[in-house]
Every structure is written in C-alpha cells, then in structure tokens.
Design a protein around this ligand. Structure first.
Ligand code: AMP
Length: 335
C-alpha cells in the first residue's frame, strides 16, 4: 500500500488554483495530466510544479491519450473531476479509468442532462422554476438554453410564446425554463461520509457579461456569458433554507463530495434552484487560500473547496475508508 494519499486530475483553472493547492497544503501526492493548451500558463510557476507530478498530454480532445495517461499512474490515486474534465471525458470514458473517482460518475451524467438535472432538484424537495417541454404551454416569460451552450452563452429570454417562436428560429433549443427575476447566488456544499454531514461551505456570484454590467441599455439584450466570480454572504434569514436544500439533495442522491446548487433569489425573497453541478465549480476558487465566512466557521481554520476535498481523501486514506468516498451516489439510478 502507498505510504501517502494521492490525488489525480487534469489541467484546468479549478485544478491549478484550487484542487492542487489544497492537495499540496494537505500533503497529498499529486498527479496531474497537463494538456499542451495549458502548459504555457503552468510553466510560469516552476516552484509550484516541483511539488507535483505532471504528465503531459498534447491535446485535450485526445481522450484515449488522457485515459492512457491516467491509467499509467501506478500509485493508488483518487481522481478528482472538475468542469472541463467532465466536458471532455464522457461518462463511458470515465468508466475506463482504473483509479476510483471521488464521488463517482452517476451524478455527472445527471448534471449533463438538463431535464434530469432539474428533475433531480425537484425530487429532492427543492423549489425549482417550471420546465416547459411543450412550446405551446409557455404561459410566462422563459429562459431559453441552447444545445451545447456553456457558461450561459447564447441563452435568451422570451416574454411569451410568440416571442419565443420569433427568437428561437434557427436556434438549437435544448431547454425552456420559467424565467426567474432576482439575484443569482451559487451555493457550494461538501457531502462528507467521514464526518457524516453535508457542509454548506459558502456562496459566490457569477459576473455574467452585460447582464451584470453597470448599465444595460434598453436596446441591448442581456447576455449571460460568465466572465468571472465574486464571493458573497447571503441574507441571514436564507441561510437555514440553503442548509436544508443541500441536506435534501444528499439524502435524495447519496452523493459524496463537492456540489453546487445554482439559485435565484426573488424579491419575496424566495429561493429557486435552476440547476446543480455534481462536482467542484469555478466559483469556489475565489476562496483560495483564505477560505470564507461559512467554511471557516465550520472548520475553525481557513478552509476552501480544494483543501476540503484533499482533507477528506487524506482522512479516508488514513482510516482505510477510500471506498466510502468513491461510492457512486448509491441512491441514484444509473442513466
Ligand atoms: P446556466 O448555464 O443554467 O448556469 O445559466 C447561466 C445563467 O443564466 C445563470 O447564471 C443565470 O444568471 C441565468 N439563468 C439560468 N436559468 C435561469 C432562469 N430559470 N431564470 C433566470 N435566469 C436564469
């Protein structure tokens, strides 16, 4: 058996500035596959690179090479997925990896299917916007999401059915959801089998192109393309509800590890969850390395998502409980 807990991942913003710093801080052995696309940036940090094992792979689209590189790691390592990781490797390809995946893969399949994503939130007793599968049923303003659109790109708002018909021409519409007016807030959780609890670690907001600009001129349509993230503390009275949402989601799925519930708070105020991510998301990188209000209060030390992941892997390794953190959401059906 290896003498030290090990983690493996691929190059991305979340891995370089969040997952890997957390793993290094917790003293884990780190293996990372770095695609040529990212090497220009990574090579600017030679001192940091000395602390980790880098395996170079030319093209991130060459999924066979990525799988081969992962499977060449002899140490017993836990693979930590993140946004671009799950975009480039399909669920079937993830299943070809010989090392176990932190939190499993089922939840990633649900995340990637917008209908299943929204249904799983609703099944968890979480308040969600109405979904319109039939265009003729549109009876209120809707948010229209396109096929393959990432980071809100190309989304549009339609005020009613006729407006939808006009605006959707020649567009590959994937998903039509009730438009919720309010402030978008991203709640970040960590489900820990070792501590036997769902931790609400904190919140962030995305800054989305001109939707969050200083001023949106009346002749402009809002664009939801993400340009960055900022941390936030939420209105006091809403915190218990956010706790409840995370707990419900874990009870419904059995999910292990980081996840995010993406919400909008209305004027009432009422929380609507329009989507979830079943893994670490970019917005938690704003906490590195000082942690944030919620995570630090819970841990009594600076705590951020990458460090929290590493802490769980390290403790599972020491307690010989790696199987507990790599279970595949036991309450979820395979899709
Ligand atoms: P998504 O790709 O689903 O994360 O959405 C990108 C952005 O679009 C979100 O961060 C929100 O600002 C906005 N958005 C998504 N769904 C809705 C909705 N149902 N109502 C209002 N705004 C939404």
């Amino acid at each position: 058996m290896a003498s030290k807990a090990s983690l493996a991942t691929t190059s991305s913003h979340s891995s370089f500035y969040n997952i890997i710093p957390g793993a290094v801080e917790e003293g884990l052995e780190v293996y990372t596959i770095c695609f040529d696309r990212d090497w220009e940036l990574w090579s600017q940090y030679p001192d940091f690179l000395e602390k980790i094992n880098v395996i170079r792979v030319k093209d991130y689209k060459d999924t066979k090479a990525t799988i081969k590189a992962f499977n060449s790691i002899d140490e017993q390592a836990v693979i930590v997925p993140h946004g671009s990781f799950v975009r480039y490797l399909s669920v079937d390809e993830l299943k070809q990896l010989k090392h176990p995946i932190f939190g499993g893969v089922k939840i990633l399949a649900y995340e990637g299917d917008r209908n299943k994503n929204a249904s799983l939130l609703a099944a968890s007793g979480i308040n969600t916007p109405k979904v319109f599968s039939d265009v003729n049923e549109i009876d209120r303003p809707v948010m229209v999401k396109l096929h393959g659109a990432e980071g809100g790109k190309g989304y549009f708002i339609a005020f009613d059915r006729d407006d939808y018909k006009k605006k959707s021409k020649e567009k590959k519409v994937d998903f039509i959801q009730e438009y919720i007016s309010g402030v978008s807030i991203y709640a970040h959780y960590f489900s820990s089998p070792l501590e036997n609890r769902c931790e609400l670690l904190g919140f962030d907001r995305r800054l989305e192109s001109n939707a969050n600009s200083q001023y949106l001129a009346s002749f402009e349509d809002p664009s939801f393309t993400v340009v960055g993230n900022v941390p936030i503390v939420v209105r006091e009275s809403l915190v218990p509800e956010y706790h409840r949402m995370g707990k419900n989601f874990v009870e419904q799925t059995g999910l292990v590890g980081p996840f995010c519930i993406e919400t909008i708070i209305t004027t009432e105020p009422k929380i609507y969850a329009f989507e979830f991510s079943g893994r670490i998301v970019a917005g938690t990188t704003v906490w590195v390395p000082y942690g944030n209000t919620y995570a630090n209060a819970l841990w009594g030390e600076p705590m951020y998502m990458g460090k929290r992941i590493a802490r769980e892997i390290k403790q599972a390794f020491e307690q010989k409980k790696l199987d507990d953190i790599t279970v595949d959401s036991p309450k979820l059906e395979e899709i």
